[in-house]
Design a protein around this ligand. Structure first.
Ligand code: DC
Length: 238
């Protein structure tokens, strides 16, 4: 627990692909008036930068610091969002395309890529209290977070949500195919040597398969307000 109350508050929300971390974190941040850090977007921005360098995929596992330091990756507040900037600009739609999504999970296995992004992620605190979502927010980036949350949901439900989010058809066949893709990414994220996806000790675990979005947001905001009140004797600052 972070007991220095001149310091910003930190909530971490970790979980597997499609568990709803980003939408949940965004809404929790909005309700608390804090900033939302989408750490996956930083991995995607670095992935996009390496893609633009034209380096063949086969070489990605051995990429070195000098490659990762070439692009300028930063965050800047835009309302309650922390916008991710690549060389000073919005990275554009390539950030979320299927190829970046696939390559990001390969890049995320490289410890140098992870180290490259550590400082950028922690710089979120320069702008105040933060709700950070990702895979290792509570375990590696903010180990002293005031509240750690781990979201899960069944594979089918996560596949269904991904399809809906992307505006794709949600029939049985598409769900099975998307579930297989997610299962593969889960395996990569959970078995990599550095910062594998795990529920951090002491985390509030929520299976969102059958919990409504608003109920889960309420639960997290309630737990955050309680944690902040316990530490300071007052409600968290906006
Ligand atoms: O959450 P996302 O789909 O935008 O994440 C993109 C990729 O980055 C995903 O393969 C996992 C990886 N990632 C990570 O390893 N650690 C994080 N804190 C966030 C994302």
């Amino acid at each position: 627990m972070n007991r220095d109350r001149s310091a910003p508050f930190v909530i971490t929300i970790d979980g597997p692909a499609g568990s709803g971390k980003s939408t949940t974190a965004r809404e929790v941040a909005r309700r608390l008036g804090w900033h939302h850090l989408d750490s996956g977007a930083l991995y995607r921005a670095l992935t996009l930068a390496v893609r633009r360098m034209g380096i063949p995929e086969i070489e990605w596992h051995a990429l070195t610091d000098d490659i990762f330091l070439q692009p300028e990756i930063s965050i800047a507040p835009a309302g309650t969002r922390l916008e991710v900037l690549l060389d000073g600009s919005d990275p554009g739609p390539g950030l979320r395309d299927a190829e970046t999504t696939r390559l990001a999970s390969i890049l995320a296995k490289n410890p140098r890529a992870r180290a490259r992004l550590t400082g950028v992620q922690r710089s979120a605190l320069d702008f105040g209290s933060v709700v950070a979502d990702g895979r290792d927010m509570g375990s590696v980036i903010f180990p002293d977070a005031d509240l750690k949350v781990f979201l899960t949901a069944s594979l089918e439900e996560r596949a269904r949500r991904r399809l809906l989010q992307d505006g794709r058809a949600v029939d049985g066949r598409s769900v099975r195919r998307e579930a297989e893709r997610i299962r593969h990414r889960d395996r990569t994220d959970a078995t990599r040597e550095v910062a594998p996806l795990r529920s951090p000790p002491g985390a509030l675990e929520i299976d969102t398969t059958e919990v409504s979005f608003h109920a889960q947001v309420r639960r997290i905001v309630g737990a955050a307000t309680e944690a902040a009140g316990t530490l300071t004797g007052q409600a968290p600052e906006k």
